[in-house]
Design a binder for this molecule. Structure first.
Ligand code: ITT
Length: 182
């Protein structure tokens, strides 16, 4: 059975399609944007969105919410990452980071699956740090600024497989795939 991924973000869809294929799960894109509750917990946001999409999208489907939490900014922008990017861009974000010493950060992803009966949430995170300036052309969003733990490259400097091996999205989707296939 094909799973639908409800997202307005084509980059997120492409990554999910690639990752899940590796686990033998095929997905379809339900290109839809939907209102999200405010908050700083991706799991609560994703679960709420999945519940609200019942009756609007044919199950089984899933949604995904990702946040970027920067230590030195007390967790900002967190689940507001998309909004911050749309308002001030990466350059504005880097300006906020000027003089910030604790550049440790974590990407947190929550995937909420509605299988027709219930909503189940799967989480994944990737720890790393915010680079002093943009590096790399690949990826999307904050990828050119995020250096995952154990690497010297930003996500945007990596080939797709390298990011997929360690990313927040990969970890959450791997959990989804195991659940789905069992
Ligand atoms: P949907 O809600 O429609 O799925 P969105 O782009 O609004 O799409 P989010 O609410 O989850 O998605 O926003 C997360 C933002 O964080 C997203 O817009 C990107 O800018 C950024 N982001 C998410 N995953 C990322 C990744 O793997 N690498 C870099 N930036 C990422």
């Amino acid at each position: 059975m094909t799973l639908r991924f409800v997202t307005s973000n084509p980059h997120k869809f492409r990554e999910a399609e690639r990752i899940l294929k590796g686990f033998g799960v095929n997905i379809r894109h339900a290109k839809l944007s939907y209102p999200e509750i405010r908050g700083d917990n991706p799991a609560e946001i994703a679960a709420d969105s999945a519940r609200k999409l019942k009756g609007k999208v044919k199950p089984p489907f899933f949604v995904e919410d990702t946040g970027l939490f920067v230590d030195g900014l007390n967790g900002f922008p967190g689940a507001y990452a998309a909004w911050v990017l749309s308002k001030i861009g990466l350059r504005g974000f880097l300006r906020l980071m000027k003089g910030v010493r604790r550049r440790d950060a974590v990407f947190r992803t929550a995937v909420a699956l509605f299988d027709g009966k219930r909503v189940v949430v799967f989480k994944g995170e990737a720890k790393g740090r915010i680079a002093p300036s943009e590096r790399g052309k690949g990826g999307f969003g904050y990828d050119s600024l995020f250096v995952p733990e154990g690497s010297r490259k930003t996500f945007a400097q990596m080939v797709e497989e390298e990011k997929d091996a360690v990313s927040h999205r990969r970890k959450a989707l791997e959990r989804l795939a195991h659940y789905w296939r069992n």
